[in-house]
Design a protein. Structure first.
Lengths: 338, 655
């Protein structure tokens, strides 16, 4: 009986190895290990064996059963895998074919930059205020310490509507409007369209500015530097050098122009930065006491800083655009690039 | 302004290389570049620092930056007149009628001059500074204007009628022929220099042609004055005449320099022309000017700059700039404002700026402020517009930005017009978003961009400023329903309940357009549809244009801001489909309304799910909140609906 077990084992293993499909496999399983299978049957005669032969036979029989089961399982897995592969192959498609169209549109690059700039200030705790495009001489100039007939008015080429109304030349008038409505502490940014009588490759009669104002007790120039440095790092990268240069605006004193290390040449000097290695980004300064007095704030009690930047300019620097008029031409081949 | 370095050296020891000096000046507030191969410093004069608009002014800044003395003493000595002759036959009487507009008027006479070319050294300096050399007398005035910042004017004394000079306001309509040969009509507020008969100069702006120095001039009447800055500015703007002189006077010149410059000029003219300075001298002043003093507090310096700068340091900085110390203790400093800074230094903050810029902005450490503004809220329209933009982008539209200034032909008659536009095509504030959209469509089609899907969020000026959202689609296969989807998506995102009605807006084709009505406020929020062919023709756009215009201002009150959760239904719904043939003239909304009205509470929802020509198929969901409906109940209700549709709308149900 021992030889029978061993013979059957070989036979079964050989048959299973060469079987071709699930059905054949199942047949073999039934033939050898089914209720009346050939190997199963053998165990029924174990009673006829002597006590010395029984354990030998038992061991051999178990071994045979296990070997056959293992091979059956292996083959089953093999067939399963082949089946899955066959199924997948039926599903094959050319994945490089076009998807049916990129259906989303895009925000205008000016909007994109504006939102990016606004985000940086929102993180610092500023909220957003807006003001009208059509302004009065008072809000656009006089309240900002720019009296009538003052030579500093030359700094802004103005579009006039009549003797008292004009198109705002900067977003600064909104500072006055905010301060008239609310008392400090104030942290506000003011985006918007502004208008200047100037048109060439880097100047547009209509363009966008972002203005900011922080007024509280004990705000000083160090805070101005802190906030604006954080802003410029947020926009251009934390590794870019920033410098503050004394300048003049009628509505701030001390005033500063803020430069960032040229993003094109990294400070070495190029056409974009006129070989200085620096790009002028922001105008800023401590709010002038006259301006605070105009909105009925005591300059000895309150102080603050204000700043402004041209959004188109930043977009042009960031994206390498050389003609401002492209923003307003709205050619889709241009708009798609951002 | 061009400052030849070799000239600058006359007044201050320029110790550094031009590039280094330029950098130092720039970092302390005077933006400077090196030009003409290192021979010239090009300086940007800030509007409040008229005192820098001269070689002397720049020299003072250089001295302050380099911490040395300026001007050099040699130059100061040149202002002293050497031996004047007794007056012989020239005596011109000067009267200043308006001392407010002319607080100081000075004059000297130089006799026996010979007009000829200026010496080479002077011509060279003038050329580098950007001036044209004219003759030895006029050149001296230009030379000293550039060197000292004091404008002066030389008259031919023999051409002055009646031996009289009057400084007065013009009479309305008076005329003068200026140096450029143009006859100008004057207004009564303008300040004039006049002789006994005619105006001889437009004070501070330009001299007159008749009395100008010419080759035959033998006696020079030299004027040096302080004119009221606002008066000069107004005159300059009104006559559209700008000169180096007016530019200096507008910013306010140095009251003390009026005399120093005059003396120096008279001396130079005498030397260069072989003449002699006469004993004649005029100095007419308004009531004596009070010296300006300003106090500077230690606490305030620290508070504004954010760094402790000891009063002693501040005093040294200010002294170098010419501010003489009057009183000083640990907490306070009182200084005398030098005459050349009287125009821009008014109060304590002006001194703090001087201290700050020379102490060095770079020494102040950046310090992120604690923002304590908790009341600040974003403007409502900002958030709304931002959301709307996102929905538009999701719908496949590209955002455009067009000018607010448009051609008046495309704006309403009552549009706000700009008084001084750059071009007529950009002279009216827009009253509709359509012209901007159409211009962009036209541009893109002409550049072979065939599919144009755009939107703009911008302001209209009606004249009230209102925010609008408008867009357009020009694309093969695009139609009304694409716009409807965009509008519905937008309204859903903004939580606005709307209904649509045929549009009454004349820009849109009747029958292919709709007005959007807010269910909450009953207001018309906007319109959308196909634009009329007239618009296509006007803009030369061949394909059909589908557009929409929505008012943001009207959207805000329509927003359903309260969201309340409705519990999910526990009991199952029963579904029934209804196919029908719809007679023409019956709108889908009418069918839905009948189904809902007839079906009552049991009809949870109904919608069109298929249609082809006049066949339509609707799905109806029946459901009761509190129990499972029986099929009998549903069938009964369904039959009622079918009957009602037939009776009320003449619809033919297909089995």
């Amino acid at each position: 009986m021992l030889e029978q077990v061993k013979t059957l084992e070989q036979e079964a293993l050989s048959a299973i190895s060469s079987v071709g499909d699930f059905a054949g496999l199942e047949n073999l399983r039934i033939k050898y290990l089914g209720k009346n299978g050939l190997i199963s049957e053998l165990a029924k005669n174990i009673a006829t064996l002597s006590p010395e032969e029984k354990p030998k036979f038992g061991a051999a029989w178990n071994e045979a059963k296990n070997k056959v089961n293992n091979l059956l399982r292996e083959k089953q897995q093999e067939f399963s895998a082949k089946q899955v592969e066959a199924n997948l192959n039926k599903e094959f498609i050319d994945i490089t074919l076009p998807s049916g169209g990129c259906k989303r549109g895009k925000l205008h690059p000016i909007t994109q930059i504006m939102e990016e700039l606004i985000e940086v200030f929102k993180k610092l705790g500023f909220s957003i205020a807006e003001g009208p495009d059509v302004e009065s001489d008072y809000y656009n100039f006089e309240a900002l310490n720019i009296p009538k007939h003052h030579p500093s008015r030359d700094m802004w080429a103005t579009f006039w509507i009549n003797d008292e109304k004009l198109l705002r030349t900067h977003t600064s008038p909104v500072q006055i409007r905010v301060m008239e409505k609310r008392k400090p502490p104030l942290a506000v940014i003011m985006p918007g369209r502004v208008y200047r009588r100037d048109s060439d490759i880097t100047h547009s009669p209509v363009f966008h500015q972002l203005e900011g104002l922080l007024v509280d007790k004990n705000i000083n120039f160090g805070h101005l530097k802190g906030a604006l440095t954080a802003f410029l790092h947020g926009v251009f990268g934390a590794n870019k050098k920033v410098r503050f240069r004394p300048s003049y605006f009628p509505f701030t004193e001390p005033s500063a122009e803020v430069d960032v290390e040229c993003v094109i040449c990294e400070g070495k000097g190029c056409r974009m930065c006129k070989n200085t290695g620096w790009l002028e980004i922001l105008g800023s300064g401590m709010v002038h006491p006259n301006v605070l007095r105009n909105v009925k704030l005591d300059p000895d009690k309150y102080s603050g800083f204000a700043f402004g930047l041209g959004v188109e300019r930043i977009a042009m620097l960031k994206y390498g655009i050389d003609d401002i008029r492209l923003f307003y031409e709205n050619d889709l081949r241009f708009l798609r690039q951002f | 302004m061009k400052i030849p370095i070799e000239w600058l050296e006359d007044l201050v020891d320029v110790k550094s290389k031009p590039e280094e000096l330029a950098k130092k000046l720039t970092l302390s507030g005077l933006e400077t570049n090196v030009a003409d191969n290192g021979k010239v410093l090009e300086v940007d004069i800030l509007p409040n620092r008229g005192d820098c608009a001269s070689v002397l002014g720049v020299a003072r800044e250089v001295a302050a930056v380099l911490k040395i003395r300026s001007p050099k003493s040699e130059i100061l000595n040149k202002s002293k007149i050497q031996k004047t002759k007794k007056i012989t036959n020239k005596n011109i009487k000067v009267e200043v009628k308006d001392k407010n507009l002319c607080p100081r008027y000075m004059a000297r006479i130089i006799e026996n001059v010979t007009i000829k070319e200026s010496p080479e050294w002077m011509k060279k300096r003038l050329e580098l500074a950007g001036y044209r050399s004219i003759n030895n007398v006029v050149d001296v005035t230009n030379y000293l204007l550039h060197e000292l910042g004091q404008p002066m004017h030389a008259f031919d004394a023999d051409k002055i009628n009646g031996g009289k000079i009057v400084v007065r306001k013009a009479l309305e309509g008076e005329t003068i022929v200026t140096l450029d040969g143009v006859s100008r009509k004057l207004k009564k507020e303008m300040l004039l220099i006049s002789d006994s008969t005619y105006p001889v100069a437009l004070a501070g702006v330009m001299g007159g042609k008749i009395s100008e120095v010419s080759d035959s001039t033998a006696t020079v009447f030299l004027e040096s004055a302080y004119f009221n800055p606002i008066s000069i500015s107004k005159t300059s703007v009104a006559t559209k005449l700008r000169s180096e002189s007016s530019s200096h006077f507008e910013k306010g010149v140095d009251y003390e320099m009026v005399e120093e410059a005059l003396n120096r000029a008279a001396q130079m003219i005498a030397e260069l022309s072989g003449g002699a300075v006469a004993g004649y001298k005029v100095d007419i002043k308004a009531k004596p000017k009070k010296k300006k003093t300003v106090e500077l507090r230690q606490a305030r310096i620290d508070q504004i700059l954010g760094i402790h700068v000891p009063i002693k340091t501040a005093q040294m900085i200010l002294a170098r700039l010419g501010f003489k110390k009057l009183k000083q203790d640990k907490n306070k400093l009182k200084v005398l404002v030098p005459s050349w800074r009287e125009n821009d230094v008014e109060q304590e903050i002006d001194l703090i700026e001087e201290v700050g810029r020379f102490y060095g902005y770079d020494k102040i450490a950046p310090n992120l402020p604690t923002v304590r503004d908790y009341e600040g809220k974003d403007s409502l329209s900002y958030g709304l517009i931002k959301k709307a933009r996102t929905v538009m982008v999701d719908q496949g539209l590209y955002e455009i930005q067009t000018y607010s200034l448009i051609d008046p032909r495309h704006a309403s008659d009552s549009a706000i017009k700009v008084y001084n536009p750059m071009t007529i095509e950009e002279s009216a504030l827009r009253t509709s978003m359509l012209p901007g959209l159409l211009k962009v469509i036209s541009h893109n089609l002409r550049h072979q961009v065939d599919s144009v899907r755009i939107f703009e969020a911008g302001r209209l000026f009606l004249p009230a400023e209102i925010e609008m959202l408008a867009g357009a689609i020009v694309e093969e296969g695009a139609g009304f329903f694409e716009l409807k989807a965009i509008v519905e998506n937008l309204m859903q995102e903004l939580r606005i309940d709307l209904e649509i009605q045929p549009s009454i807006n004349k820009n849109y084709v009747q029958g292919k357009s709709a007005d959007i009505i807010s269910k909450k406020t009953k207001e018309t929020l906007g319109s959308f549809g196909k634009l009329v062919p007239e618009i296509q023709e006007l803009w030369d756009i061949k394909p059909e244009i589908f557009a929409f215009e929505i008012s943001f201002d009207k959207l805000l009150p329509s927003i359903q801001s309260k969201i309340k959760y409705v519990p999910l239904q526990k009991f199952p719904k029963v579904e029934r489909d209804l196919s029908m043939v719809v007679p023409s003239g019956v709108a889908s909304q009418q069918i839905i309304d009948v189904i809902k009205k007839t079906g009552g509470e049991m009809v949870e929802e109904t919608f069109l799910f298929d249609h082809y020509k006049d066949s339509q198929a609707y799905r109806i969901y029946f459901r009761d909140e509190n129990r499972t409906l029986t099929s009998d109940e549903v069938n009964q209700n369904f039959e009622l609906i079918i009957k009602a549709l037939g009776a009320e709308l003449g619809v033919k149900i297909r089995q």
